[in-house]
Design a protein around this ligand. Structure first.
Ligand code: SF4
Ligand code: SF4
Length: 436
């Protein structure tokens, strides 16, 4: 389907295209904006963004004021519904300084349509957060994601600064400021070779020591990237092992399903439950198709995804073509559909495909057992995890379908545990779904 090219720039005051004006435009989408590009004050060993600096030789890596204005205008006018997320990431976005974000918040207030609800989010390493930052983030109700890989020794294994020094204390100091000012925050933890055998320890640290109520667990799969382009089928020694991510998830799940259902939100578990319930989950890597989460570079270049900031996946520049037209472009639709259409036969026949969907195309660089290329590096982990959680997920799904809460799975797990240990069980009637 051809898109309607409304041309750009338009005369001042002329409204931009709305989703209904542009063929193929998704009803909602997500833009990760990187105002400093890949530039960061840390030097985490596994960071795939840092090699992206090579894509912009000689760049100052700062989003200019006119581009910021243009971007926010396009973002706000592209959303048909009332809810819009303005998401900042890096690199390290706080390196832009507070004035950049003050200006962004003012612009949003000026440009938003009546009735539009805007949520500001930021993913940060937390090391530059002081009282001034925290007060600002609280005042504008930012949702802040902090990157922490576990307790000190596990966090500091790879999350180091430019001088190779550990960062744990600086991150915790930043988090303390956020807590002191009442900022909404959550944790992004990467799973890699140093912490993959410490799933429970990491989870208990996040839950009990930090008081985290929302956790994202992201596997590190890192390949050599000459010129910023991942190449070959070998991974670095920092990468999580093919079965290690699954082991980590199972360990965390076993604790969560006994004590924390309904009180701690683990994105992977929530997304898996959605798959079992037959509704779309929140994780793009386990969705059938993708393509509605794009990445905006500091100079206005828009890429198909934050994981594909590479020349072949450049959709265009928002100075030349409207954001919505780029997202609705045939190139981006093909990108999103390729996730489903390029699945190897081994995945198409897989019993957990409905929950896995083959994982992110970025990491589909291994061979299936019968020699077909395109299998995800973490297939073993995915099979192990999705099969392990199947009974509990079915119990939760049955409870939800009956209008009850998913947290009754915790009593079901307890009863199952007591039975297998030969202990007395108080019979509370048939379990949801008849699974006991
Ligand atoms: S390419 Fe991977 S990370 Fe990007 S949207 Fe698709 S599944 Fe998600
Ligand atoms: S678990 Fe493995 S075989 Fe099954 S869909 Fe996922 S990547 Fe494919």
């Amino acid at each position: 389907m051809a898109t309607v090219d409304l041309g750009f720039p338009r005369p001042a005051g002329l409204p931009g295209p709305r989703p209904g004006d542009v063929s193929g435009a998704p009803p909602s989408f997500h833009v990760l904006a990187k105002p400093t590009g890949a530039i960061c004050n840390l030097d985490c060993s596994y960071c795939f963004f840092l090699s992206k600096e090579e894509l912009y030789p000689g760049s100052g890596f700062r989003m200019s004021d006119d581009l910021l204005t243009l971007y926010l205008r396009q973002l706000l006018e592209s959303h048909a519904g009332p809810d819009v997320t303005v998401a900042w990431q890096g690199g390290e976005p706080t390196m832009m300084g507070l004035d950049f974000f003050r200006r962004a918040v003012d612009l949003v207030a000026e440009l938003a349509r009546p009735g539009q609800r805007v949520e500001h989010t930021m993913q940060t390493n937390g090391t530059l957060i002081d009282d001034q930052w925290a007060a600002f983030l609280a005042e504008h109700d930012f949702l802040v994601g902090i990157s922490i890989d576990g307790p000190r020794e596990l966090h500091d294994a790879y999350r180091v600064d430019k001088g190779g020094k550990p960062t744990f204390d600086r991150v915790i100091r930043g988090l303390d400021r956020l807590k002191a000012h009442g900022v909404r925050w959550n944790v992004l933890t990467t799973v890699h070779r140093a912490n993959e055998n410490h799933g429970l320890e990491v989870y208990l640290f996040l839950r009990d020591d930090l008081g985290t109520e929302f956790v994202q667990l992201i596997p590190i799969v890192e390949r050599p990237s000459p010129g910023g382009i991942p190449t070959g089928d070998q991974v670095t020694e920092r990468s999580v092992s093919p079965a290690g991510y699954g082991r980590f998830l199972v360990e965390v799940f076993e604790e969560w399903v006994r004590r924390d259902v309904g009180t701690v939100y683990v994105q992977m578990f929530d997304s898996t439950l959605a798959s079992f319930a037959g509704v779309p989950g929140s994780l793009c890597v386990h969705s059938e198709t993708c393509g509605t989460a794009v990445a905006l570079e500091h100079n206005g270049d828009l890429y198909s995804c934050d994981h594909f900031v590479e020349p072949d996946y450049l959709l265009g520049n928002i100075r030349q073509r409207h954001l919505l037209e780029l997202i609705a472009s045939p190139q981006q639709q093909a990108f999103g559909n390729a996730k489903r259409d390029s699945l190897p036969a081994y995945c198409r026949a897989c019993d957990v495909r409905f929950a896995c969907h083959g994982g992110c195309p970025k990491d589909r660089f291994t061979m299936t057992p019968d020699g077909e290329p395109g299998l995800h590096y973490l297939c073993q982990s995915y099979q192990d995890f999705f099969r392990h959680v199947d009974p509990a997920m079915r119990v939760m799904t049955a409870a939800l379908r009956s209008g009850r809460d998913a947290d009754e799975v915790m009593a079901w797990v307890e009863r199952r545990h007591r039975r297998s240990a030969g202990l007395a069980v108080v019979d509370q009637g048939a379990a949801p779904g008849g699974l006991v």
